[in-house]
Write a protein that binds this ligand. Structure first.
Ligand code: MG
Length: 387
């Protein structure tokens, strides 16, 4: 009897699977609930793939990113298991892939490196549109990073820091006790910097573009692009770093114009952006502690000219329960003008939500590859002195 029941269940399952396979011309068709990893850390996204007269069409729902009906573009069936697509969000073109594990689950990546897991869920699109409506009404309070929040909820736009024209400054060569992290050569880049794949956590030598004594962000994630970080981990330090935003089309504005950043101990971002006649939220300007503290001034040089950051970073100390015993502090000077004066860092610099306190030890310096379509910025003459 038991055996019979098992056979019946198997037959029913086989029938159901076959029927579904016949109904769905493509195995990708359906509604999928995605859990994002990497910087989106657990955010739930919805993906709906439909057949439109023999062509695949799709919608992405991402209420936690402030967008609920993003039409997918450039959908390509790579194989019976893999689909590639792209979508625009916050002015950024993101390429994504999904790979079927079986008929009901998948894995994938956003921007070539940020991982996600997915499963079929017929209710996810309506559930997310409801959560978008709720988010627009009253934000949900929770300890979870960014729960119920959209990115704009942690931006503010005034008062504007005053514009200061920096004086002439000679390029500083490194002091005798500094560790030179980049001297303009490919060797110093590959000796000191790696790219860590967000999905596999494997580190590979940095592959940014070396030209004329500078290295330029490589946004080609399929060919070694992405963030780079120092091999060495640091505690407190003085960091000197020079950077240049290339001249570019006026269509690139706000955060999609020369966006990069220096992540101190891989936790706390000092923003890099072209803020020369480019308006954005003040706690996302050049020299802001991202989404926390705006800079005291706007000391940007024009695109095509070199900017200098001198950063004095004091590492935090943690209590046994993971709270700060001593908070991190930072001073940032751009082109000889103080932007942050021993500013208390409140926690991690989140794109969505508020700062989080996460205990950590020594960490690398990370330079951000912001995956937006604007031309990448360049860096030169990077050195660090431990304190
Ligand atoms: Mg940035």
């Amino acid at each position: 009897m038991k055996k019979f029941a098992v056979i019946m269940v198997c037959m029913l399952m086989a029938f159901f699977t076959t029927t579904q396979a016949q109904d769905n011309k493509s195995p990708f068709i359906g509604d999928w609930e995605l859990k994002a990893g990497g910087p989106l850390d657990g955010a739930t996204l919805g993906l709906s793939i439909k057949d439109d007269g023999g062509k695949l069409k799709g919608i992405l729902a991402a209420p936690s990113l402030g967008a609920n009906q993003i039409e997918l573009g450039n959908i390509q069936v790579v194989s019976s298991k893999e689909l590639k697509y792209s979508f625009g969000i916050q002015g950024i073109d993101v390429e994504a892939s999904m790979v079927l594990k079986d008929n009901n689950s998948l894995t994938g990546t956003l921007a070539g490196q940020y991982p996600f897991e997915g499963k079929r869920n017929n209710d996810i699109m309506s559930k997310l549109s409801q959560s978008q409506a709720n988010a627009n009404a009253v934000p949900e309070r929770s300890d979870k990073i960014g729960a119920g929040m959209t990115p704009t909820m942690s931006e503010y736009w005034s008062p504007k820091p005053k514009v200061v024209t920096p004086g002439n400054q000679a390029t500083a060569s490194a002091p005798s006790d500094a560790i030179v992290l980049f001297d303009g050569t490919e060797k110093s880049m590959t000796d000191n910097w790696v790219t860590v794949n967000m999905r596999t956590q494997e580190a590979a030598p940095a592959k940014w573009i070396i030209k004329d004594g500078a290295m330029t962000v490589n946004k080609d994630y399929q060919n070694g692009g992405g963030d780079i970080q120092t091999k060495e981990e640091f505690s407190s330090y003085q960091l000197h770093i020079e950077w240049c935003v290339p001249e570019m089309d006026a269509k690139f504005t706000s955060q999609v114009r020369g966006n990069s950043g220096v992540y101190n101990q891989n936790m706390y971002e000092v923003q890099i952006l072209d803020c020369y006649n480019n308006d954005t939220y003040v706690n996302g300007m050049t020299g802001s502690i991202y989404k926390q503290t705006p800079p005291l001034a706007n000391a940007m040089r024009k695109p095509g000219e070199w900017n200098v950051y001198d950063i004095i970073y004091s590492a935090p100390v943690f209590n046994a329960d993971g709270t700060y015993k001593v908070r991190p502090y930072i001073t940032v000077i751009q082109n000889g003008v103080v932007l942050q004066n021993h500013t208390e860092i409140l926690g991690t610099t989140e794109y969505i939500g508020f700062p989080q306190v996460k205990a950590h030890g020594d960490g690398p310096i990370l330079l951000q590859c912001h995956g937006d379509p604007s031309p990448g910025i360049s860096f030169r003459n990077i050195w660090i002195r431990k304190m």
